[in-house]
Design a protein around this ligand. Structure first.
Ligand SMILES: *Cc1c(COP(=O)(O)O)cnc(C)c1O
Length: 423
């Protein structure tokens, strides 16, 4: 499928008159339409909640849109819990799926009434020592080990992942938690990341539903919710076909009716913790071509860098690039599109065929709505960019201002005279 930006060149030029590049731009219309589809896909399951994975896009103006569609938040740190609190989430609208958890974060999660999802069996004692009791509602994260493989060749390696409990441990954990007073149980697993196939959730659901039936039967623990977590992917490449969330919801429903309903567990609530699928396609990084360099290869230097979008540098991830206004020109130039970091992996694209790029051209780097801005960092003293929301009516709004040198210096031990410079 041809990838086209959700914003026109004219609109971008209008935005840039007010806010200079680089910035991440988000598409309100796309976020809303997708959130409505997700809600519909699981509407057959009363009580279904999508807990948006805050780490993917920790931007209140965007998460508040999801809140209108009944979404909660999935957190794994103190500040993510605080962000959720600040946005008005509480109780079972917050899922705390953390690992290597500090005691004060369990305290905060409990204070907010969040559902606590234990990553390890040793956390039962740790939680009890921290809170003085075990919450009535509790969840455990499962790791089946081995390889997890789907029919289209997608695979991931749970056996090599730090998360969750073994099967033996989760049975023991349920018995222990029950003895300590827990009354409502949940299970959770995240077995493969960025799966671009409608098969992932149904297959994972099969694994978790079968486990749930055995757990309930053998431990007597009452399972009231099952959490399919994240991992539903998006088509970063133009040749990929995206997931169909309605087909995914229907696939999960079939497995639910095959496994849970006959076991008398037809009242189990499902939940998800999608991040990428909820936001990924509805954000882009907008950057300007600043320099062109010709040595052994052709380089285009842009005003964004890996500090604004780490995925290409970190995983070699593909992000499609559109040169605005040149959509119909032939892609007859091969470029490395690079940022300014003193790191040779600071490249948004390597050997990419693109139209001829001139200085001043606007580049849209696609699919940065999740795990984009949020993975930013300050290397080389580069500052965090702004985030802007393109609203349904075509207007735009700054939803996070760009970081300034004053922000950067705020945490430093430096001479008062120098700090005065920012006053
Ligand atoms: C990262 C993460 C998610 C979100 O994953 P996506 O791939 O963005 O859907 C959900 N749950 C947990 C526990 C995670 O660590």
């Amino acid at each position: 499928m041809k990838k086209t930006p959700f914003v026109t060149k004219e609109k971008l030029e209008e935005i840039i008159r007010q806010y200079p590049t680089p910035f991440h731009l988000y598409d309100e219309k796309g976020i809303r339409e997708n959130a409505a589809r997700v809600k519909e896909a699981f509407s057959w399951n009363p009580g279904f909640i999508e807990y948006f994975a805050v780490k993917a896009t920790p931007t209140p103006a965007l998460i508040r849109i999801l809140k209108e569609y009944g979404c909660g938040t999935d957190c794994s740190s103190m500040t993510e819990l605080m962000l959720s609190e600040a946005m008005g989430f509480s109780g079972d609208k917050i899922m705390f799926s953390s690992n290597v958890t500090p005691a004060e974060e369990y305290v905060k999660a409990n204070e907010l009434g969040a559902v606590i999802n234990l990553d390890d069996i040793t956390h039962i004692d740790f939680l009890e020592e921290t809170l003085g009791f075990i919450p009535k509602k509790i969840s455990c994260r499962f790791n089946p080990g081995g390889m997890f493989q789907l029919s289209n060749g997608i695979m991931d390696n749970p056996g090599d992942a730090k998360y969750g409990m073994t099967e033996e441990q989760i049975f023991e954990a349920f018995r222990t938690l029950k003895a300590k007073g827990a009354e409502e149980f949940g299970i959770h697993a995240f077995l493969a990341s960025n799966t671009v196939t409608n098969e992932y959730y149904p297959k994972l659901a099969g694994v978790l539903f079968e486990l749930a039936v055995r757990l309930q039967k053998e431990t007597g623990a009452h399972i009231t919710f099952i959490n399919l977590s994240g991992g539903v992917g998006i088509p970063y490449r133009p040749e990929q076909e995206g997931n169909d969330i309605l087909a995914i919801g229907e696939g999960v429903r079939k497995v639910y009716e095959e496994i849970l309903v006959p076991a008398g567990m037809g009242d189990v609530r499902l939940c998800t913790e999608m991040g990428r699928y909820m936001m990924g396609p509805y954000g882009c990084l907008v950057t300007t071509a600043m320099h062109e360099k010709h040595i052994y290869k052709e380089y285009i230097g842009v005003d964004a860098c890996a500090a604004n979008l780490m995925r290409p540098a970190m995983y070699g991830a593909y992000h499609h690039i559109t040169v605005m206004g040149k959509e119909n020109e032939p892609c007859d130039h091969m470029y490395d599109v690079t940022g300014s970091l003193c790191e040779n992996n600071d490249k948004f694209a390597i050997d990419r065929m693109l139209p001829k790029i001139d200085k001043g051209d606007l580049l849209v780097i696609h699919d940065t709505g999740a795990h984009g801005f949020s993975m930013g960092y300050n290397y080389n003293g580069r500052l965090w960019s702004a985030e802007i929301l393109l609203k349904e009516d075509g207007s735009f709004e700054l939803i996070r201002r760009a970081e300034t040198p004053k922000d950067y210096f705020a945490t430093l031990d430096i001479t008062p005279e120098y700090k005065k410079m920012f006053e």
